[in-house]
Design a protein around this ligand. Structure first.
Ligand code: GDP
Length: 645
């Protein structure tokens, strides 16, 4: 570029000549007239000056940098809360726009950063050292103090023993003799020589009191040694921090209060001691014992009194919780059908079952009522079928109704010579109510002059329509006496069962239904259960209706002991705490405690409470009806036969 004079330069940069001259002079250039030439170097000098003196120019000339300083002060507590150390951390950060830095500057910057980091690390290390030193010092002081305390206690005891020895000459030798074994035990290497730190520290004190070696040994030393916390090794400061923090405010629990709860259980719910509840109740004017059952209202009052929030617990949740826990998942397998034989009395139910079982139990009947295990399974040659043998008398109607619920198929026995009778109709109603398919066995066809069509007509009138008449009920003419048609009957039953596609999970815990139960003089409660799903094993905990217990023994229908019973197998079990009702469901549960809880709940152990409620309701009713002047008297004579119905 050609050299310019001052005037030309002023024109180029568009400033007055005088101003330019002033700036040039200020920049240390000796130009005085507008005709003075300005060399390239002089131009650079002027430019540098202008950039330095001008704000914008300076900013663009210098690397852009931001410096941040931060100071944090924290307090460290050392050795509990007794000693505090203030830690001050100063941080300085300079952020520089990198591309605008020269390599030298960058190197200088990095060196400065490194030095700063080193200084920070040194400071931290110093603080940590200081803290450790304080900790160690504190532990040492405590240790010394403890030793001194122990020595003082030891000395005091020895002095006391000596004084006792001095005052009671007769008792002088006794403690020594007594104490010798203890000392020996404690210090097997040197007889009577205490080896622990505490004892060693105590030695000069003993000397001071003039007690001879082995004599003044403290008899309670062993005891104290056992009670005394073991000396801890020097732990890292972080380990010395206790994890438990004392709550600063009262903890309010939300306590679900069931219909009835024992004092101890209520205490557990509030995570307090039962004694505290007893104390509060005593103050409330209702002294209670730890096992006392409190009704809901009282329990709620106690909860509120203790400063917690109580709410009425969902009662059904006890049962749900226990039963929902059971896992019935697993591979499903086909299971045998469970069949109930129903029909009017003397139509031949027992005879039919006997024929199927090939054993005669008719002879064992007393008073016409079937007396044998209420269920059994048979291998028919066509497949396995389990039979529920529900007695056919009207007195057993309710039990039979329950039987139908545990049943997959009902065999309705109708004597061909007798036709449809009241109990036949009843049986149809039960089967219909339970949604169970019916197979009609028209029995006694061996008898002369039987009219099958009459029986069919009567059944059609009850909406039991034979297949051959366009209905869905198989009608099988049989004779329990001659065995005629029984194979066809079993085939019909198995066909129905196939259509039902009956499955169960043999690997699951057992559940099913109680067929019957009785109290045996020698064996206690004996219950016949029908396993409907899963496998029942000896030793399982069974919850059956209001009863529970561990299966002590399991017998099949012939009285043979067995260990497992799969789906559709009836078994007799021993071990329940009572006799559940026929038709009650049973379940195998994992936990005996939970089983008891549910059984107790079901038993309505807290009858007083319920009674009290009923009483209150009755009183309400009484007051409501007062003045109505309507008194109805109903005399009832109630006769009952068996329990559970
Ligand atoms: P349940 O009360 O229904 O159990 O009837 P039972 O099985 O006790 O039978 C009542 C009576 O009918 C008995 O005397 C049997 O011998 C008789 N009986 C049962 N089935 C037949 C049969 O198929 N033919 C004949 N002739 N008599 C039968």
């Amino acid at each position: 570029m050609a050299e310019l004079n001052v005037k030309q330069l002023a024109d180029v940069v568009d400033v007055p000549v005088e101003r330019l001259l002033q700036q040039m002079n200020a920049a240390g250039l000796g130009h005085g007239a507008e005709s003075d030439s300005v060399s390239e170097d002089e131009k650079q000098t002027l430019l540098g000056f202008l950039k330095r003196s001008h704000g914008d120019a300076e900013e663009s000339a210098q690397p852009r940098r931001i410096t941040l300083s931060r100071k944090t002060t924290s307090t460290l507590k050392v050795g509990g809360s007794r000693k505090t150390v203030n830690v001050e951390v100063r941080k300085k950060r300079t952020y520089v726009k990198r591309e605008e830095m020269s390599p030298e500057e960058r190197a200088a910057e990095e060196a400065a950063n490194k030095a700063e980091e080193d200084a920070r690390q040194r400071a931290e290390a110093e603080v940590a050292d200081k803290r450790n030193a304080v900790e160690a010092e504190k532990i040492k002081v405590e240790d010394d103090k403890r030793r001194a305390d122990e020595a003082a206690t030891q000395a005091a005891k020895e002095a006391q023993i000596k004084s006792e020895q001095g005052s009671k000459a007769s008792a002088k030798a006794l403690p020594v003799k007594k104490e010798a074994p203890a000392a020996k035990k404690d210090a097997p290497k040197r007889k009577g020589a205490p080896t622990t730190d505490a004892a060693r520290t105590a030695r000069p004190a003993r000397r001071g009191t003039g007690v001879k070696r082995g004599q003044g040994f403290d008899p309670s030393y062993n005891e104290r040694r056992l009670k005394a916390p073991k000396r801890q090794k020097l732990k890292a400061p972080s380990q010395l921090q206790q994890s438990f923090e004392r709550p600063t405010a009262a903890v309010v629990h939300d306590v679900p209060v069931p219909e009835a709860i024992s004092v101890s259980d209520l205490a557990k719910l509030m995570t307090i001691k039962a004694a505290d509840i007893i104390k509060v109740m005593f103050k409330m004017g209702a002294p209670a014992t730890i096992n006392q059952i409190l009704d809901q209202d009282t329990a709620l009052l106690v909860v509120e009194e203790m400063g917690h929030k109580g709410h009425v617990a969902d009662e059904s949740s006890i049962e749900d919780r226990v039963l929902e826990d059971i896992d019935y998942q697993g591979s499903e397998e086909a299971r045998a059908p469970v069949v109930t034989v129903m029909g009017h009395v003397d139509h031949g139910k027992t005879s039919l079952l006997d024929h199927i079982r090939k054993t005669r139990v008719t002879a064992g009947e007393s008073g016409g009522i079937t007396q044998h295990i209420g269920a059994y399974h048979v291998e028919t040659g066509h497949g396995m079928i389990s039979f529920l043998d529900t007695p056919g008398h009207a007195a057993f109607t309710a039990m039979r109704a329950r039987g139908a619920q545990a049943t997959d198929i009902v065999i309705l026995v109708v004597a061909a010579d007798d036709g449809v009778m009241p109990q036949t109709i009843e049986a149809i109603q039960h089967a219909r109510a339970a949604g169970v398919p019916i197979v009609v066995a028209v029995n006694k066809i061996d008898k002369e002059g039987v009219d099958l069509d009459r029986v069919k007509n009567e059944l059609v009138a009850k909406e039991v329509v034979p297949e051959e008449w366009g209905g869905d009920v198989p009608f099988i003419p049989v004779s329990a006496k001659t065995g005629e048609g029984i194979d066809a009957l079993l085939d019909a039953v198995l066909l129905q069962s196939e259509m039902l596609e009956l499955t169960a999970v043999p690997g699951a815990p057992a559940k099913g239904v109680v067929v019957e139960s009785r109290l045996d003089k020698g064996r206690g409660a004996v219950s016949t259960l029908l396993v409907q799903n899963g496998t029942l094993c000896a030793g399982d905990i069974v919850l059956a209706g209001q009863n529970y217990g561990r299966v002590r023994a399991m017998l099949d229908e012939s009285g043979r002991p067995i260990n497992t019973a799969g789906p559709s197998i009836p078994v007799e079990i021993l071990g329940l705490d009572g006799t559940p009702d026929a038709g009650d469901e049973f379940t195998v549960v994992a936990d005996e405690k939970k089983a008891r809880e549910v059984a107790n709940f079901r038993q309505g152990k807290f009858k007083e409470i319920k009674l009290a409620r009923q009483q209150a309701a009755k009183l309400d009713n009484l007051f409501a009806n007062m003045g109505a002047n309507k008194v109805s008297v109903l005399n009832i004579v109630l006769k009952t036969d068996v329990r559970g119905d």
